[in-house]
Structures are given as structure tokens and as C-alpha cells.
Design a protein around this ligand. Structure first.
Ligand SMILES: Nc1nc2c(c(=O)[nH]1)N[C@H]1C(S)=C(S)[C@@H](COP(=O)(O)O)O[C@H]1N2
Ligand SMILES: [Mo]
Length: 417
């Protein structure tokens, strides 16, 4: 192989690369698997349809369950949280193999194919990181669907990752066996020498400026730092520390809700929804359909129905999550009020128009769960306008985005007989 550029770090080599690779070998499949689960949780007929196959790649669909209530909070939290924490490690791994990407491959089909799979692996993982981070930080800044783009790239990643693991696993094991971690951890800068000759090892290295243990500590420290900035996204008590992910921190700083029962993250504020205040004022009504005739309830009638309280999370696909205590009317009680005793699905609509989040379609398990509520109150107080007053949907294990706020209609379908 011919070196096009000269790389001089004396600590680059197969052992260091393998040390970076080992935790990725465990962590990246977890990120990928939970990401695919999140897509399943999103549902196939939901408002922003991930519905149909992207490029012919279809997941086997099954109905996302409504129990345990924390399921989506866990899968989404793992996907986004672990995905973010692994970024320094991915970058370190890329740094460690960079000479390989700049050597001209031999012109035989096998090495060319291997090189192509590496390009796809590196390209897809960078694409996934960038789109994922942008989606957490900003509303849809892409010229394409985040959902479809991120999903299609995930398949490119999975295929090239699998090929990479199969072809490189023996090298990784051999490299790790070749040096003792204990010895490396005891080796200071002054005693740091290059690994034996290898395509990754610089032929004429510069003197070391960092030991291998220093490099491991730098990357590990970077991961811990990122983790510390991220953990507040998922932890109500540490919310204010979530510096990396500003949308999850709290309600607006100038909000009158600060410190009150409605002080938890808001995705879209009432003002941003564009709903006319009169539409959710004293003239507001809820229309239930699916029975022989529509049933219309005002808020007093709704409040007079049996009220049920449950602690349920909101877990946003953007990564933040929170758990709050919600009180409202069970969907099954609303179905009965509508004249549907054995509901199959529920289609919930908001007073908001023109937003993909203004409609939510629930499967049977989500419709009949005893904790699935049309909530009127949170933490013992009336819902604030930002959290969906007069009424909002809250369903266990449902992705946050489908917990529609400012609800005006619920349509039930009957179980087929
Ligand atoms: N009508 C409507 N409902 C909505 C949204 C919206 O923009 N419009 N945002 C959804 C999203 S993405 C999330 S994460 C949750 C957040 O609920 P919260 O703002 O009460 O915390 O509301 C969901 N319900
Ligand atoms: Mo969300």
C-alpha cells in the first residue's frame, strides 16, 4: 500500500484501534436496535408516516404495547442517550484508522469491495450522527424527511457494520491479545513506543505527545463529559444540567408556570400552535364518534365522569423525557360514553390545524389500557395552555409526539366480530 499523506502519531496502531472498537462493538448494536424499536413504536399509520418501506426495507410490524409504561422512555432514551455518548468514541476510532482511508487500495476486487464497505460505514455513521443531533437541536432543518433519511442510513450502516465486524473481528481479537491493557495503563508518556510495523503504524513517527493510557482517558473523559451534559434530558431532578439539548430543559424561562405543577418541558407552546384562544375557551367541546350518533361533551360533563390518576412519562423522539402525574377520563369510559363498548382503535384529533402532530391513531392495546387517559389535570392542577388545556391525550409507552394536545374529537372503531 502506498501512503498518500503522512501520518505521524506514534500511538496509532491496531491495539489502540481495537480498544476503541470493542465498546463500539457492543454499544452500536444497542443504538441501532433501539432505533429500530423506536420506529416500530412510532406506528405505521401515524401522522408522520414512517409507514411504508424506505427503499423496500420494511420492519415486521407488530402493535407497540401500552405496558410497561416506561418502555418507550427506555428505548428512546437508550437510542438518543447512548448514541450521543458514543460520539467521542466513534470519532476516536475514525481518527485511529484515518491512514487507511488515505491509502490507495490495491486494484483487486476484494480490497476494492472492502474499501467501498468502509466508505459506506463511515459515511452512514457520520450521516446518522449529524441528522440525529440536528433533529435533537432544531426543528426539521432537512430538505428531506428526517425519519426516512435516518432510517435508510440505518440500514446502510447495519449492513456495512455487519460486514466490517465479520471481516475485522479476528484482527481485533488478535490485536487485543497482542498487548496487555494492564501494562499499557502503567506506561507513562516517556516510555510510550509505537506498535510493531503495521499499515496503521506510522513508518517514521514523531515523538509521542500523549501516552496510550492518556488517549484512552481523553476519550473516556469526553464520553463522561457528554453523558453529564445529557443525563438531565431524562432525569427530572437534573433537568437544568441538560446543556447540550436546550429544548428539553424546562418551560420558557419567563413562563408564569416556573416552579408550578405545569413546569416541565413543552414541545410546542399554545401560542406556537396557532390555535385561536376561543377554540379552547368556555365554548370548547369534545366530540366522540364511532357510536350510532356523535356525542358532544363540554368540559363540565367531562369533569363529571369518573376521574383516574396515573404517573406516566412523556418521552419525546427528540430525546428528552419526563414523568408526571396525570388525571383525566379513561379512553374506555369515553368509548362507552360514545356507545362503543368494545373499542378497537381510537383516532384523536387536536384543535390545531396543519400540524402533523395534530392527529394520533391508537392501536387496540393503547385504546383499552386502564391508564390511557384524556387528561384534564396534571400534578393536581388544571393543565396549562402549553400542556394541552382543556384536554390532552396521555397513553402509557406511547411516543410523546402522539400524545396530542388541545383535543377536540376522538373517533372510536369497533372490534370486528
Ligand atoms: N396538537 C399537538 N399535540 C402535540 C404536539 C404538537 O405540536 N401539537 N407535540 C407533541 C410532542 S412532539 C410531544 S413530545 C408532546 C410534548 O408534550 P408537552 O409539550 O405537554 O410536554 O406533545 C405532543 N403533542
Ligand atoms: Mo416530541
Amino acid at each position: 500500500m502506498r501512503h498518500v499523506v503522512r501520518w505521524r502519531s506514534p500511538i496509532r496502531g491496531p491495539w489502540l484501534t481495537s480498544m476503541f472498537a470493542l465498546p463500539l462493538l457492543v454499544g452500536l448494536p444497542v443504538v441501532a436496535f433501539t432505533g429500530l424499536l423506536d420506529r416500530l413504536a412510532y406506528g405505521r399509520e401515524q401522522a408522520i408516516p414512517p409507514a411504508d418501506a424506505v427503499g423496500g426495507l420494511q420492519l415486521p410490524w407488530w402493535d407497540w404495547p401500552a405496558s410497561p409504561a416506561w418502555l418507550f422512555r427506555l428505548t428512546e432514551g437508550l437510542h438518543v442517550g447512548l448514541g450521543i455518548v458514543l460520539v467521542p468514541l466513534v470519532l476516536a476510532k475514525l481518527w485511529s484508522v484515518i491512514p487507511k482511508l488515505f491509502t490507495a487500495p490495491e486494484r483487486n476486487p476484494v480490497t476494492l469491495l472492502e474499501r467501498l464497505s468502509l466508505v459506506l460505514l463511515v459515511g452512514s455513521i457520520l450521516f446518522l450522527i449529524v441528522t440525529g443531533l440536528l433533529n435533537v437541536q432544531y426543528d426539521y432543518v432537512f430538505g428531506f424527511s428526517f425519519y426516512d433519511g435516518h432510517y435508510a442510513a440505518a440500514w446502510v450502516f447495519l449492513a456495512s457494520f455487519a460486514l466490517h465486524v465479520v471481516t475485522k473481528l479476528p484482527t481485533m481479537v488478535r490485536s487485543l491479545r497482542g498487548r496487555s491493557l494492564r501494562t499499557e495503563l502503567a506506561t507513562p508518556l516517556a516510555a510510550t513506543r509505537p506498535e510493531p510495523a503495521h499499515p496503521l503504524v506510522a513508518p517514521d513517527p514523531d515523538p509521542p505527545t500523549m501516552s496510550r493510557r492518556g488517549a484512552l482517558a481523553l476519550v473516556g473523559g469526553g464520553m463522561l463529559f457528554v453523558a453529564a451534559l445529557t443525563v438531565g434530558q431524562f432525569t427530572d431532578r437534573l433537568r437544568s444540567t441538560a446543556l447540550l439539548l436546550p429544548r428539553g430543559r424546562t418551560t420558557a424561562p419567563d413562563s408564569t408556570e416556573r416552579g408550578g405543577p405545569n413546569d416541565f418541558p413543552v414541545n410546542r407552546t399554545f401560542v406556537a400552535s396557532g390555535i385561536a384562544p376561543a377554540a379552547v375557551g368556555s365554548a370548547w367541546t369534545l366530540t366522540l364518534t364511532g357510536g350510532t350518533a356523535p356525542v358532544v361533551l363540554d368540559r363540565a360533563a367531562l369533569a363529571a365522569l369518573p376521574q383516574h390518576t396515573a404517573e406516566l412519562p412523556i418521552a419525546c423522539v427528540e430525546g428528552w423525557s419526563t414523568a408526571q402525574v396525570w388525571t383525566g377520563v379513561r379512553l374506555t369510559d369515553l368509548a362507552r360514553a360514545a356507545g362503543v363498548t368494545d373499542p378497537e382503535t381510537a383516532e384523536v384529533r387536536s384543535a390545531e390545524v396543519g400540524s402533523p402532530f395534530a392527529r394520533s391513531l391508537l392501536n387496540r392495546g393503547q385504546t383499552v389500557s386502564p391508564d390511557s387517559l384524556l387528561a384534564l389535570r396534571v400534578n393536581g392542577a388544571e393543565l396549562s395552555p402549553d400542556h394541552g388545556y382543556p384536554a390532552r391525550l396521555i397513553v402509557p409507552a406511547l411516543p410523546g409526539v402522539h400524545n396530542t394536545k388541545w383535543v377536540v374529537t376522538i373517533g372510536f372503531s369497533r372490534a370486528p366480530r
